[in-house]
Design a binder for this molecule. Sequence first.
Ligand code: ZN
Length: 328
Amino acid sequence: MRETVPVVRVNCARCGGWDAARVVTTPDYELHIDAPFEVSSCRGCGHTYTSLRPDRTTLFTRFYPGDYLCYGGMSGVAGLIDRMRRDGQAAERAAMVGGYVAQRGRVRLLEVGCATGEFLKACRRRFGWEVAGVEPNRQLSDALIREGFPVVPSTLEDADVPAGQYDVVCLFNVLEHLWDPAYSLKRINCLLAPGGLVVVELPNFASPSRRRFGKHWFLYHLPRHLSHFTRQSLAGLMEECGFEEQGVRKQFRPTVNVLSLQYAVHDRTRSAPLRSLFSARNPALIAAGIMCELVQNRIGDSNILTAIFRKTAPVPAPVVSLLRERTP
Ligand SMILES: [Zn+2]
């Protein structure tokens, strides 16, 4: 049954054009909201984005429930394992950023979408950096503020953050969620000191898994993912926003193929045994997913990329958004 969700059609945030070719239409496979959302590619500049999306209020209130997978909140053994995974990932990310700023004495770091704060905690604990965050989920931002972290409870677009104050800005699986990525990256340019770094981790639109699974590719993640980048398209947008690429790393994320397969099978059959077999809770399927991801990363593009950029030029003021919306 089709659920009514108020949707808007938007133009290309990068060039402002409306002429775009449809790439895919999918419902929301996570909350099973069977409304159609659409990804399109701009014929003017090539930027790929979710052109048919819920309106902004509906997106943030309806599609990010309190138990959204990135907010933690699992209990029992699963919660313990998830916390260990998050802590390990945060330590790895901190060590990677540390490799780029090792020569600097004082490091002021801002994480956009800091969620449960493991990365900020790891940076402070290991390096003693001055860390801050921006996080629109009020429950998460309040918890971090209570622990003594300066976190602005807001989206980046609306956040009141001092300009020119940061040496590093990090967005781990966040850029693709932002309503207007071009405007947000120009704002990040303003927040950074000269020569500052941006670290972006995000889904790779050039992943062979996307071609293999089509609309069931987990990292379309519609309608939460609003922009879809390859290494090249990200570098192009970043260049327009005053940044130069310093390096790219492949990330290992075996659950992407498993969840994509689960979406594909669950979309085609109502058979309980089949659904149970092709479920991300099946340890055998997870083991197969690990093997598949290892081979894929070895020979081709990964599902997730981390790219590091340096600010090479300030963006001209005023920074304005080219994004417009209209009734479809
Ligand atoms: Zn465009």
